[in-house]
Design a protein around this ligand. Structure first.
Ligand code: NAP
Length: 505
């Protein structure tokens, strides 16, 4: 596939829109494009089913920290969520069901990897490289939507000797369900949101579990419970009640922004809750010392769990807080000289959140890659548009992350903007690009707000680019994000109707 020339000399692409990823973001934009009457789009998916992060993260105990009634599309409610906090299999099923009901599956190229894309300034479209079973091919699209996810590329730690390890290894987001953990000596590196969910699940099965902690996290209780049949029936019978319930969750979570952004000192109240949680669940003074963070709550992501501390207190579990010095063929050696034997090493070490490898293979004007554009830290306009990259739309792009509420609200906001802009490209226009001054002004103000937030109070976190700049988070209420999205006007971007002469020659 390639491009064909129409009478005006302007290239006609294979597709109007190519979408990378079929998680919440990819499915949302695909659904809305359908609603807008657009049929000429394709979804590129490296996995063999839809679901994005909720397909990949199938580790034992995987669940979401945002209540199910809010962590779902506003336009596709589900009245029979089994629990207050949705578990991974239920979320995956929810997304699969949406894709099936809206007949999106025929639009998806499964088991197909997005290898990269180059913007063609002459024909004003994207040339996209994909591969399937090692065979590389090309397609073209007027617009490219990257809905590949902010937490999709597993990050492995750089530790001396790691390549020598001869036992079993896997990352939390690539869990090997065929590997039998029972009776094994297991080591887990990392104590983030993923590890605190799977460690309590595997601890009772394994012979020994060494959990390697670099930095402790603040953890608050998880107020989870199953919904009763009566509650589910009420949600189904009374849609107004369900909407009100969702709104109550939304506003309850939104109130947390006061502590994160408006007045970080408020976070001290939250910290009291977390300290109380430690005091109630941890008896051993050494363990208490190890798990108590030395920074203000909220600086790193606040975690919620009722079973993490009890798991660490088990006889067969050891929380190791000495830094790892070296990994050997069958053991891990810490800086204090201790060596611990290991059969299986599980990495709960997170993702490439602020330096997604996809940046290196997406090239805009002048062949400049996103990675080059972002060498000092990722930047976009409202996490969606990037100067120098016409007809490129990001879902969950830079500074759209939220630690306090549902990403689905952010995704729906971004999709409302993208479909509005794609409609412009369905007319005479061929290229849409955010103005540099608009993007730069936006980011200047955004970084100023971040400087006084809880996330800047002195800690290392995956919210920060290696330069120290916070590039993952939206510093404010999500309704203010949506308002800014709604305010994007024609003056903010340029629209080109035909290739410029110099480029066409
Ligand atoms: P993460 O929060 O980034 O945690 C990674 C862990 O690995 C941290 O404890 C980190 O320590 C440690 N680590 C990284 N490199 C290391 C090294 N070289 N040596 C020793 N330790 C190392 O990753 P995650 O747990 O996969 O979670 C990522 C994000 O996914 C979450 O923050 C959340 O947004 C999302 N998530 C959400 C849920 C949920 O809703 N319940 C569940 C899972 C994931 P440091 O803290 O010192 O860097």
């Amino acid at each position: 596939m390639g491009i064909s020339e129409n009478p005006s000399g302007v290239g006609r692409p294979d597709y109007e829109v190519a979408i990378v990823g079929t998680g919440f973001g990819g499915l949302c934009i695909a659904l809305k494009l359908r609603e807008d009457g657009e049929q000429n789009f394709v979804l590129i998916e490296r996995g063999d089913s839809v679901g994005g992060t909720w397909r990949d993260n199938s580790y034992p105990g995987a669940a979401c920290d945002v209540p199910s009634h809010l962590y779902s599309f506003s336009f596709a409610p589900k009245t029979d969520w089994s629990r207050k906090y949705p578990v991974q299999p239920e979320l995956h099923a929810y997304l699969r069901d949406i894709a099936e009901r809206h007949e999106l599956l025929p639009k998806v190229r499964f088991s197909t990897t997005f290898e990269g894309a180059d913007y063609d300034e002459v024909h004003q479209l994207w040339h996209i490289r994909i591969s399937r079973q090692g065979v590389v091919s090309q397609l073209s699209a007027r617009s490219l939507v990257l809905a590949n996810g902010g937490l999709a590329e597993p990050k492995l730690p750089e530790i001396a000797g790691i390549e020598r390890f001869a036992g079993k290894t896997f990352h939390s987001s690539r869990w090997d369900h065929d590997y039998e953990l029972a009776g094994k000596r297991v080591a887990v590196i990392g104590t983030g949101a993923s590890a605190i969910q799977f460690v309590p699940e595997i601890a009772p099965k394994v012979a020994r579990l060494d959990v390697y902690q670099r930095t402790p996290n603040w953890i608050i209780p998880r107020p989870d419970r199953a919904y009763s049949q009566a509650e589910k029936s009420r949600f189904a019978r009374w849609p107004l009640w369900r909407k009100l319930y969702r709104a109550m969750i939304y506003w309850g979570h939104e109130a947390r922004v006061f502590g994160f952004v408006v007045q970080p000192a408020f976070m001290k109240l939250f910290q009291k809750v977390a300290e109380f949680h430690i005091n109630r669940q941890v008896v051993d003074p050494t363990l208490k010392r190890k798990v108590t963070p030395g920074y203000l709550i909220g600086c790193k992501r606040i975690l919620i769990s009722n079973d993490w501390y009890p798991a660490l207190g088990r006889r067969n579990v050891d929380l190791v807080d000495a830094p790892i010095a070296e990994i050997r063929e069958h053991s891990i050696v810490t800086a204090d000289g201790q060596e611990r034997e290991v059969d299986c090493l599980i990495f709960g070490t997170g993702f490439y959140a602020t330096d997604n490898p996809i940046g290196a293979v997406v090239r805009g004007r002048g062949g400049r890659s996103l990675a080059q554009e972002w060498s000092g830290g990722e930047e976009a306009y409202l996490g969606t548009l990037v100067k120098g990259f016409p007809n490129l739309f990001l879902i969950v792009g830079p500074n759209t992350g939220v630690g306090h509420t549902s990403m689905v609200y952010i995704i729906e906001s971004q999709v409302s903007l993208i479909r509005r802009l794609l409609a412009k490209l369905r007319g005479k226009a061929q290229a849409l690009e955010i103005k540099a001054a608009v993007q730069d002004g936006f980011n200047h103000a955004l970084q100023q707000r971040l400087e006084t937030s809880a996330w800047s109070t002195g800690c290392n976190s995956w919210y920060k680019h290696r330069s120290g700049k916070i590039t993952a988070l939206w510093p404010g209420f999500t309704f203010s994000f949506r308002r800014q999205i709604e305010a994007v006007g024609d003056g903010d971007y340029t629209l080109q109707t035909a290739p410029t002469k110099s480029l066409a020659n």
